[in-house]
Design a protein around this ligand. Structure first.
Ligand code: PLP
Length: 453
C-alpha cells in the first residue's frame, strides 16, 4: 500500500462528500498562514526524531510498532469527519463498523453470544470487566496472578474491591493449586486469567481454571490485552502452532479483554471488552439528557463506561479487518512470523555462550540475560543494564528492554545463579513485527557481541 496515494485519496473522498452540502467560508479565527505553519511543522518533525525506531527490526524492545497503513488511512479518513461512537447520533456509520469489528473479535475467541465494545485502552476494558464482576459478586474480591498486569491491583483499589495476587509457577503462569487455596476461603468472586503476560508472554492454564468456576461459583475474566490475537495460532501446524487447550477454553469464560492497539495493527486508542452474556448490559444502564435521540437501537454509549470515543478508531479497525481479518490466514500470519522469530532467537541464545535464556518463549517475547562469571543476581543485573545502554549507543544500534525478575522467580528457573540480591534485571525483546523473522540472526549476533565483556 502506497500511503501517500491512499492518504490523498482519503482526503479527496471526504472532500467530495463534504462538497455535496454546498460551499461555506472558513472563519478567519481559524486561518493559519502556511509559512507560519511550516515553522511549527518543522519543529514538530524535528522533535519527533526524539523517538526510538519502533518500526525497524533493530527495535526489539517494548510492545510497540506503528499501525498498518490500512489502519492509518481508515483512521485519518474518518478523523476528517470526527464521529463520536458514544451514540448513534454522533456516528451512525462508525457505530455499525464498531459492532461488526467487535463481532469479528468475539468470533475469533469462539463466543457464540456476546455484548462488547471498543475502549480507549486495555486498562479501561479491564476496568469495565471488573466493574461488571463486582456488580455480579458484590463483597467478593478478585484473584489474579502475581505476574498479571499491574492494572488489576490498581483497579481493585479504584473499585473498592479486595485483590488477591496468586503465586505463579516456574514459567510465570498462575498456580492452579494456589488459586484453589484462595478460592476455598469463599472471599473471591472473580478470577482474572492472563492469556499472555505483558512481561514474558506466559499463558495461564485457562482450561484448568474452568473446573474451579463451577466448584467455587466464580466468574472467569481473561485479560488477553496483549496475547489475545495469538488464539489464531492455537492448534496450528508448524513451529508457530500453540497448544489448543488454554485458547479454546477462553470461549467458555465470562469476559475477555483484547487490545487491537497491541497486536491488531492499530494506533493507540483501541482496546476491547467482550462479555459472553449480553444481559450484563443492564449494569451500564443510565439515561442521558443529551444523547440517544435518533434511534431506539442500543447505543454504544449505553453499554460503555466511557462517553466520547473516536469513531475513527472503529473505522481503522474495521478497514484493517476487511483486508487482514482476525483469522489464521489473515492476522494469524502476522503473529506466526513474530512467534517463529522468538523461537528462532531462543534457539540461538540456547546455543550461545554469551547469553542465557530466562525461559522458553510461549508467544513472541524473549527473556534472556548475559552469561556472567561468577553467576550472581547482581552480576546479571549490571550486565543486562550495560547491554541495554550500550546497545542504543553508537553505530549499528539495537533497542532492547529490561524486565525486573524477582529473586524467587529467577532462582526457580536458574538455581545455579547465586541469589545475592532481591532480584535482577533481565533483557526482554518483544518480536511483534513480522519483519523480525528475517532479522533474528543479526539481532542475536549484535546482542551476543555486546554481552561479551
Ligand atoms: C497492555 C496490557 C494491559 C493494559 O492495557 P493498555 O492498553 O496499555 O491500557 C492490561 N493487561 C495486559 C495483559 C496488557 O498486556
Amino acid at each position: 500500500m502506497d500511503l501517500q496515494h491512499w492518504l490523498g485519496r482519503a482526503n479527496d473522498a471526504i472532500q467530495q462528500w463534504a462538497d455535496t452540502f454546498g460551499p461555506y467560508e472558513q472563519h478567519p479565527s481559524l486561518f493559519v498562514d502556511d509559512d507560519r505553519f511550516a515553522v511549527a511543522f518543522e519543529e514538530l518533525t524535528g522533535r519527533l526524531k526524539e523517538n526510538y525506531p519502533f518500526f525497524h527490526p533493530r527495535y526489539a524492545g517494548q510492545m510497540l510498532k506503528p499501525p498498518h497503513p490500512a489502519a492509518v488511512v481508515g483512521h485519518l479518513a474518518t478523523m476528517l469527519i470526527n464521529p463520536n461512537n458514544h451514540a448513534l447520533d454522533g456516528g451512525p456509520a462508525t457505530a455499525r463498523m464498531e459492532r461488526e469489528a467487535v463481532a469479528q473479535l468475539a468470533a475469533m475467541f469462539g463466543y457464540d453470544t456476546h455484548l462488547g465494545h471498543l475502549t480507549t485502552s486495555g486498562t479501561i476494558a479491564n476496568l469495565e470487566a471488573l466493574f461488571v464482576a463486582r456488580e455480579l459478586h458484590p463483597g467478593r474480591g478478585i484473584a489474579y496472578s502475581a505476574d498479571a498486569h499491574y492494572t488489576h491491583g490498581r483497579m481493585c483499589h479504584v473499585l473498592g474491591m479486595k485483590g488477591y495476587p496468586v503465586p505463579t509457577d516456574d514459567r510465570g503462569r498462575i498456580s492452579i493449586d494456589a488459586l484453589e487455596g484462595i478460592l476455598r476461603t469463599g472471599e473471591v468472586g472473580t478470577v482474572v486469567l492472563t492469556a499472555g503476560t505483558t512481561g514474558l508472554g506466559a499463558v495461564d492454564p485457562v482450561h484448568s481454571a474452568l473446573a474451579l468456576r463451577d466448584r467455587y461459583g466464580v466468574r472467569l475474566h481473561v485479560d488477553a490485552a496483549y496475547g489475545g490475537f495469538f488464539t489464531l495460532l492455537a492448534g496450528a501446524d508448524g513451529p508457530e502452532g500453540l497448544p489448543a487447550e488454554p485458547w479454546r477454553a477462553i470461549a467458555r469464560c465470562d469476559s475477555i479483554v483484547v487490545d487491537p492497539h497491541k497486536h491488531g495493527l492499530q494506533p493507540y486508542g483501541c482496546g476491547a471488552v467482550l462479555f459472553r452474556d449480553p444481559e450484563v448490559g443492564r449494569f451500564y444502564l443510565h439515561d442521558s439528557p443529551y444523547t440517544y435521540f435518533t434511534s431506539s437501537e442500543l447505543h454504544l454509549g449505553e453499554i460503555s463506561l466511557e462517553c466520547s470515543r473516536a469513531g475513527a478508531s472503529a473505522a481503522a479497525l474495521w478497514l484493517t479487518f476487511q483486508v487482514l481479518p482476525p483469522t489464521p490466514d489473515g492476522l494469524g500470519r502476522v503473529l506466526g512470523a513474530g512467534r517463529r522469530a522468538a523461537l528462532h532467537w531462543a534457539d540461538l541464545i540456547t546455543a550461545s555462550d554469551a547469553l542465557e535464556l530466562y525461559q522458553r518463549p510461549e508467544l513472541d517475547i524473549v527473556g534472556y540475560f548475559p552469561s556472567v562469571e561468577p553467576a550472581t543476581l547482581s552480576g546479571v543485573d549490571a550486565a543486562s543494564a550495560r547491554v541495554l545502554a550500550d546497545g542504543m549507543a553508537g553505530g549499528d544500534p539495537v533497542f532492547l528492554s529490561t524486565l525486573k525478575a524477582g529473586r524467587d522467580a529467577f532462582t526457580a528457573r536458574h538455581p545455579e545463579v547465586t541469589a545475592d540480591a532481591e532480584g535482577a534485571r533481565i533483557l526482554r525483546s518483544v518480536l511483534m513485527k513480522p519483519e523480525s523473522e528475517d532479522h533474528v540472526q543479526r539481532l542475536h549476533d549484535r546482542v551476543a557481541r555486546l554481552a561479551r565483556p
